[in-house]
Design a protein around this ligand. Structure first.
Ligand code: SF4
Length: 366
């Protein structure tokens, strides 16, 4: 059995670590690219959201590298995600790809089923070994998140253009290579040193933007046109509403790790505007927009795939939040037709507007 899974940003690092810890033969699909998207858009339904098309492309590219089994999350609620795994599997079958599907249902409601599937994957591993594997995956996710956050801070302030990117890529590579808890601790120390060695102008005034939206387009740089990197180059410090370790803590550890941001808190913040679950991360997007506005961020960017229903609901509510807090919000919708030049132009204009607004505010406060 050679197992693959969707390539969503840096998710492959903790997932690969966890599966390899359990002795599973893993085939990581190549990072999503134009080829991946072309394949997915060719075989996926036209109005399916972007992640389905990219997943399809990932699985076909992984199959070319020898993968024969797919691990894919399931879902519930008022969005199409719950059908994704089955639809993707049916399309692959029709195309002649003989791949086995292991669907993992949402852990909140199916935790024992999820653990049973992980146990089946891992062969004869004990429950203790499975626990250690999940913990190892979680620690990698946390390390990856911290390196990403360091990059968010240094990108807009770096003295040598591109130095953050180099340190970031090297740090992720070191974390990915670590194959034990001891190796991971050492890799994290080295990554921290590398990231803090990036020369920055710590006094430089930068605008701060909070990124909210649908999880796939938020976490996957290819699908959001390298939003974080571009904003960093435009002199903007970003923060994201979703990090992998927070998602794992919320959905798998049921909030056991204290001190992290949580879905619950985001939903509380959304209450004056949206009181119920609308699928995906729609409710959290509204709540996180409120949290970013309260924290004094200069602007908010919502990103989601074309036709993403939960985020369309959130988008329709955000203007009310914007008029209450006065924080500008821009929405970016991604699909296979989104062009790099158009994205860059919109980001430049938005960052300019935020910088001007900040300047005016600072002058009038003096
Ligand atoms: S959350 Fe949005 S992008 Fe994700 S499956 Fe649902 S509709 Fe599609």
């Amino acid at each position: 059995m050679r197992v693959t899974f969707p390539h969503m940003g840096n998710l492959f690092i903790p997932v690969k670590a966890m599966l390899q810890y359990l002795g599973v033969d893993v085939v990581v699909p190549p990072p999503s690219s134009k080829r991946t998207l072309t394949i997915g858009a060719k075989y996926g339904p036209e109005f399916a959201c972007l992640p389905l098309k990219l997943n399809l492309g990932n699985f076909i590219e992984a199959s070319e590298k020898g993968a024969d089994t797919i691990i894919m999350a399931g879902g519930c609620g008022p969005c199409r995600f719950g059908y994704y795994a089955q639809i993707e599997h049916a399309i692959l079958k029709e195309l002649g790809y003989d791949m086995k599907l292991i669907g993992l249902e949402p852990p909140q409601k199916h935790l024992t089923e999820l653990l049973a599937k992980i146990k089946a994957l891992s062969g004869t591993s004990s429950w203790w070994h499975i626990f250690q594997a999940i913990r190892f995956g979680y620690r990698k996710a946390k390390a990856v998140d911290e390196v990403e956050m360091a990059a968010f801070r240094s990108r807009p302030r770096e003295l040598t253009p591109g130095s953050t990117e180099k340190a970031y890529a090297k740090s992720l590579e070191m974390l990915d290579r670590a194959d034990s808890e001891i190796a991971l601790a050492e890799a994290k120390r080295n990554a921290d040193e590398l990231m803090s060695a990036v020369a920055v102008d710590s006094k430089k005034a930068v605008v701060k933007v909070g990124l909210i939206g649908e999880i796939y387009t938020l976490l996957d740089p290819f699908s959001n046109q390298y939003l974080e990197r571009t904003l960093g180059r435009l002199g903007t410090e970003v923060d994201r509403s979703i990090y992998l370790s927070e998602w794992v803590n919320d959905h798998i550890f049921m909030g056991l790790v204290k001190g992290l941001r949580s879905r619950k808190k985001a939903c509380e913040a959304a209450r004056p505007y949206l009181r119920h679950f609308v699928g995906g991360h729609g409710q959290e997007s509204v709540g996180n927009a409120v949290n970013f506005a309260r924290a004094g961020y200069d602007g908010i960017i919502q990103v989601f795939p074309f036709t993403c229903m939960p985020e369309i609901v959130a988008e329709s509510i955000l203007p009310e939040m914007r008029s209450d807090y006065g924080t500008p919000v821009m929405t970016m919708i991604m699909d296979e037709h989104t062009g790099e030049a158009g994205t860059l132009t919109r980001l430049e204009a938005f960052v300019d507007l935020l910088a001007r607004k900040k300047e005016v505010k600072e002058v009038s406060c003096k």
